[in-house]
Write a new protein. Structure first.
Length: 415
């Protein structure tokens, strides 16, 4: 009998297991994948997510893999100009963009080193119930025999298509439609020091230094264009990069080393993440379009909050359901503003007037730009950052009153 069985061993499951094992719980962690292995995901870990790794004592191990730091500074090109700045988190050590083969394996090894029993290539086929309470899992290792394992709590860290969420019928709320599709690949020999993101008409794209000296190149289009893009990915990427000629030249000066990876998009939803004998963590409990690259950092923060709640409940210090309800409330309060922004950006519509005014107000105002970039990456609460009025409070002397100009020049955003 385990204290907890965790299904899914990537950004949510391995840390949740590790944190529980570090507190002395007997934990079984299973995944149908073997590690190291990849998954369909780009992998920007913003500085506030990297700070969580630091708290867990894992950032030195990540840096030792050779993946370079990012966001020192970052660049967010809005069309007429780029906003460049640093993000207030992780004590200036920046974020990282590690391949998931690297990061997920590091997290799994950290869980194992903390005493978690790990089973790779183990597929959970169903949950065991006693009445309406989950009491364990049923599954098999590759083509091996079906086995059963029991636990005080089964935690679904099994991602968007969570079997645990499905079998317990976890109530879903505030679902929004899939908005953007994404394609990405890896290039060598690209002249680039740090992360560059670009927003253009009906698309967003970027390039980021990643593991093994490669550069991740990614493009988002509206999801309705998925099949058309898939039929000619290179052509679409080339036409899109042409909207940023300097980046286009640098990417084409390098060489694509892998195939294009793509997805038609990701659903946006919240799920009630707990019930009798079960809990959900990471994408299994809350998912948003990847356009704001929050998923991995969210999974880390969620893992901490859910592990704290489970510890409170299993140790007898508090009521488990009440602690998990508080964790759900804290999650929702923290992510709500970013959920709204993410859904707005994923529509890939031209920026609304208030946002154009904000971009213009930010231009040439470094303190306000740093604050803005810290907000949209998730390091600081978004609050009222999305208003040009906020900028005035950062550096009144440099803000012009004419929101359509910057340094006297007319600024034209895509329509
Ligand atoms: C195109 C794309 C780009 C993205 N880009 C970024 C980005 O740049 N930055 C960022 O922070 N986030 C990004 N994300 C989001 C990020 O990938 C997810 O938020 C994150 O992986 C969630 O981690 P997780 O552990 O909750 O789930 P997952 O990473 O999905 O892991 C779930 C695990 O559960 C296992 N599993 C599932 N079912 C079973 C079963 N029945 N039995 C056993 N094991 C099972 C799977 O094998 C898998 O390993 C992106 C996502 C996509 C799709």
């Amino acid at each position: 009998m385990y204290d907890a069985i965790v299904v899914g061993a990537r950004c949510a499951g391995s840390p949740t297991s590790m944190l529980l094992a570090r507190r002395g719980y007997r934990v079984l962690l299973v995944d149908k994948a073997s590690f190291p292995s990849d998954t369909i995901s780009t992998h920007i870990l913003w500085p506030h997510g990297a700070a969580v790794l630091s708290r867990w004592g894992l950032s030195n191990a990540l840096e030792a893999t050779g993946v370079p730091p990012i966001c020192r500074p970052m660049s967010f090109d809005v069309g007429p100009f780029a906003l460049r700045g640093t993000i207030a988190a992780n004590e200036g050590r920046g974020g990282f963009c590690p391949r998931r083969t690297v990061l997920d394996n590091l997290l799994l090894q950290a869980a194992a080193a903390s005493g978690v029993e790990v089973r790779e290539a183990f597929t959970v086929d169903g949950l065991l119930f006693d009445g309406d309470t989950v009491v364990g899992i049923r599954g098999r290792h590759r083509a091996g025999p079906m086995v059963e394992d029991r636990a005080r709590l089964v935690i679904g860290a099994d991602g968007v298509h969570s079997l645990v969420a499905r079998q317990v019928r976890a109530p879903e709320y505030d679902r929004r439609p899939v908005a953007a599709c994404a394609f990405y690949s890896y290039f060598s020999d690209v002249a680039q020091d740090d992360i560059e993101l670009y927003v253009r008409e009906h698309c967003a794209f970027g390039a980021i230094p990643t593991s093994d000296g490669l550069h991740l190149v990614m493009v988002n289009w509206p999801t309705r264009e998925f099949s058309v893009v898939r039929a000619d990915i290179d052509g679409h990427v080339q036409r899109t990069l042409a909207m940023a000629p300097d980046l286009e030249a640098r990417v084409n000066g390098g060489r694509r080393e892998e195939k294009w990876y793509g997805t038609a998009g990701v659903p946006n939803y919240f799920r009630k993440p707990y019930g009798k004998g079960w809990a959900l963590v990471g994408d299994a409990g809350y998912c948003r379009d990847p356009i704001t690259a929050q998923g991995m950092s969210d999974a880390f923060i969620d893992a901490e909050q859910v592990a704290d709640a489970i510890d409170a409940g299993l140790s007898g210090r508090g009521d488990l359901e009440a602690a998990l309800a508080a964790a759900e409330a804290a999650r929702n309060e923290r992510v709500r503003p970013m959920y709204e922004l993410t859904n707005q950006l994923a529509a890939l519509e031209p920026p609304p007037t208030h946002m154009q005014e904000l971009f213009v107000a930010l231009h040439d105002n470094q303190a306000a730009t740093d604050a803005f970039l810290s907000g949209i990456t998730g390091a600081k609460p978004l609050g009222n950052l999305m208003s040009s009025n906020t900028v005035v409070s950062h550096q009144p002397s440099t803000i012009g009153s004419d929101s359509g100009t910057s340094n006297g020049a007319t600024v034209r955003f895509p329509r």
